[in-house]
Write a protein that binds this ligand. Structure first.
Ligand SMILES: Nc1nc2c(ncn2[C@@H]2O[C@H](COP(=O)(O)OP(=O)(O)OP(=O)(O)O)[C@@H](O)[C@H]2O)c(=O)[nH]1
Length: 501
C-alpha cells in the first residue's frame, strides 16, 4: 500500500480480516483496507466499510486498533469532502490517545481536514505545530505530509519562492521515504512554483517528471495539475500544438478528476442514505423490540404482583386462621381449667352446679327422674392431722378414682369442696340411686390407701335426694341431699341415707 500497489495489499489485508480469527488484528487490517479502497477510488465500497467500522468502533478496545480505525475514518471522510466529520474523528483519536502517547497522527489528520475545509488558521501555526510534533515523534512521512500542506498554502497564496525553499528542505526526506503520494505531489508543487516564477523550462521538466512518475491510467488532481502546468507553459512558449496536446490530456484528467470527486460525493451520499435507511429500520425494530420487551416486562410484573398479593393474602389468612385457632385453643384450655378442680381433675363446684341445673331443667321437661348423691369422707381432718396434707390429697384423688370406676363416663361428677363430692344420676329413681351410692361407699371402704408401706382405711357417708320427692329444683335437691348426708353422719358415718328414709 505504501508503495502504491493497492490490489496486492488489498488481497493480503482481506486474508488477515477473513482468516486471522483475531478480532483486533482484523480491526487493524480493516482500517488499512478502508484507506486502500479510498486510494483505489472504490468509494462506494470504502464508505460501506466505513459505516460498518463506525458501528464496530464501540466494541474495539485495543488502543492501537481503535486509533487506527479512527485515523482511517478521518482520512476517508476527508476524501469524501466531509471535513467536519474528518476533524471529529481526528479529535476522537486525539482524545482517546494513541498507544505511543504521541499526537502526530491525529494532529496531522486534523490539519489535513482543516486544510481541505479551508479552515486552517491564517498564521500557519496549525501546520507548524503538527510538523514539529511529528518530527519529535520521528514520524517523517506524516511530518512531510504537513510540510506539503504548508507548501500548498504557499502556492495558494502565490508565494513560489517560499514554496521552492520549503520543497528543497523536504526533498531529501521524501526521496529517502519514497512514499509515492509525496513524491508525486511534491514534484507537481515544484512545477507549479516554477510556473509562477515564469521559469518555463524548469516548470516543464518538473511537470513531465511528475507525469512520468504516475501510472499511465492514473487520474488524480496531481496528474491533472501537472498537465495544467504543461499546457499553460507550452502555450506561453508559443508551442500551440504541444499546448493543445497537453490541454487535451489536462481536460481528460480534469474531467476524470471531477468525475472522481463526484463519484466520492455520490458514493458517500449513497452510503449515507443507506445508513439512514438502515438506521431508521434498526430504530423502528429496536423501538418495536423495546415496546415488546416493555409489554412483556409489564405482564411479568403484573403476574408477579398478583402472585405477591395472593401469597400475602394467603399468608395473612393463614396467620389469621392460625391465630384464631390458637385463641380458640387457649380459650378452650382456660375454660377447661375454670371448669375443673385442680387437685382431682373432676368438675369443680361451680361447673358441677351449673351443669346439674341445666340437666335437671331438661329432665324436668321430659319428666324424667334424677337423683343427687353427696359423698363426704369420714374424719378426713384426722387424715390430714395424722398423715399430713399430702396424704390427704392422695386420699382425695384415690376416692375420685374409685367413684369414677363405679360410674359411667357420662355421669355428672364433681368435687363440691374439701372432702365432699356430688353425683347427678340421670333417669334414675331413688332405689337404684341408693344401690349405686352404697356400691361406691363399699368400694371406698374396701380400698384402703397404700402409701410408703402405710395402709390407710377410709370410709364415706353418702346422702341421696331424688326428684320424685323434691322436684327438679337444684337448690331443694341439694338441701335434701345435704340433710340426708348429715343424717348419715349423725347415724354413725360410713352409710347411705336418702331423703325419704
Ligand atoms: N389434704 C386436704 N385437706 C383438705 C382439703 N380441703 C379441705 N381439707 C380438709 O378437710 C378437713 C375437713 O374436716 P371436717 O370438715 O372437720 O370434717 P371431717 O374431719 O371429715 O369430719 P366429718 O366430716 O364430720 O367426718 C379439714 O381439715 C380441711 O382442712 C384438701 O384439698 N386437701
Amino acid at each position: 500500500m505504501f508503495q502504491g500497489d493497492y490490489p496486492a495489499s488489498e488481497k493480503l489485508l482481506r486474508e488477515v480480516i477473513d482468516r486471522s480469527g483475531d478480532a483486533t488484528l482484523a480491526a487493524k487490517a480493516s482500517a488499512l483496507l478502508l484507506s486502500n479502497l479510498g486510494l483505489s477510488q472504490r468509494y462506494q465500497e470504502a464508505y460501506a466499510l466505513a459505516n460498518r467500522l463506525t458501528s464496530l468502533l464501540p466494541s474495539v478496545n485495543d488502543p492501537l486498533a481503535r486509533s487506527m480505525l479512527l485515523g482511517n475514518l478521518s482520512q476517508m471522510f476527508n476524501l469524501a469532502g466531509q471535513t467536519d466529520l474528518a476533524v471529529k474523528y481526528a479529535d476522537m483519536m486525539m482524545e482517546g490517545g494513541t498507544p505511543s502517547g504521541e499526537t502526530c497522527y491525529p494532529l496531522s489528520l486534523r490539519v489535513a481536514a482543516l486544510y481541505e475545509g479551508h479552515r486552517l488558521r491564517p498564521d500557519g501555526n496549525d501546520v507548524a505545530q503538527a510538523v514539529s510534533t511529528c518530527v519529535q515523534a520521528r514520524q517523517p512521512v506524516l511530518a512531510n505530509t504537513m510540510r506539503l500542506v504548508q507548501i500548498d498554502r504557499f502556492l495558494d497564496e502565490r508565494q513560489p519562492h517560499e514554496a521552492l525553499e520549503a520543497l528543497e528542505r523536504v526533498w531529501p526526506s521524501i526521496q529517502a521515504n519514497k512514499y509515492y503520494p509525496h513524491m508525486l505531489s511534491s514534484q507537481v508543487q515544484q512545477a507549479k512554483a516554477y510556473e509562477m516564477l515564469g521559469r518555463n523550462d524548469q516548470a516543464l521538466k518538473a511537470a513531465r517528471a511528475a507525469i512520468a512518475m504516475a501510472a499511465p491510467s492514473e487520474t488524480s488532481e496531481y496528474t491533472r495539475d501537472a498537465y495544467g502546468v504543461l499546457y499553460r507553459t507550452e502555450k506561453a512558449l508559443g508551442n500551440a500544438a504541444k499546448a493543445l496536446e497537453y490541454y487535451e490530456r489536462y481536460s481528460v484528467q480534469d474531467r476524470g478528476n471531477l468525475n472522481d470527486v463526484t463519484a466520492r460525493t455520490l458514493a458517500f451520499e449513497l452510503s449515507r442514505q443507506h445508513v439512514v435507511v438502515q438506521k431508521l429500520e434498526t430504530e423502528r425494530l429496536s423501538r418495536q423490540n423495546s415496546i415488546l420487551r416493555l409489554q412483556k416486562a409489564l405482564e411479568t410484573k403484573a403476574v408477579e404482583t398478583s402472585r405477591l398479593y395472593i401469597s400475602l393474602l394467603s399468608m395473612f389468612l393463614l396467620s389469621v386462621v392460625f391465630w384464631l385457632f390458637r385463641l380458640k385453643r387457649s380459650q378452650v384450655r382456660f375454660m377447661r381449667l375454670s371448669w375443673h378442680d385442680g387437685l382431682t381433675g373432676i368438675f369443680n363446684r361451680q361447673h358441677f352446679m351449673s351443669e346439674a341445673d341445666r340437666v335437671l331443667k331438661t329432665l324436668e321437661k321430659r319428666r324424667v327422674d334424677a337423683c343427687l348423691v353427696f359423698i363426704d369422707l369420714d374424719h378426713f381432718k384426722q387424715v390430714n392431722d395424722t398423715y399430713g396434707h399430702a396424704m390427704g390429697d392422695l386420699v382425695l384423688r384415690h376416692t375420685v378414682a374409685i367413684c369414677q370406676r363405679q360410674l359411667g363416663s357420662g355421669t355428672l361428677f364433681g368435687r363440691l369442696g374439701g372432702e365432699e363430692f356430688g353425683i347427678l344420676l340421670q333417669d334414675c329413681r331413688r332405689e337404684r340411686a341408693i344401690v349405686v351410692a352404697d356400691r361406691i361407699r363399699m368400694a371406698i371402704e374396701s380400698a384402703p390407701v397404700e402409701e410408703d408401706g402405710r395402709v390407710l382405711s377410709i370410709s364415706a357417708s353418702v346422702g341421696v335426694a331424688s326428684t320424685d320427692g323434691t322436684g327438679h329444683a337444684l337448690l331443694r335437691l341439694c338441701r335434701e341431699a345435704d340433710l340426708a348426708l348429715y343424717r348419715a353422719k349423725r347415724a354413725g358415718r360410713n352409710r347411705v341415707m336418702a331423703d325419704i328414709a
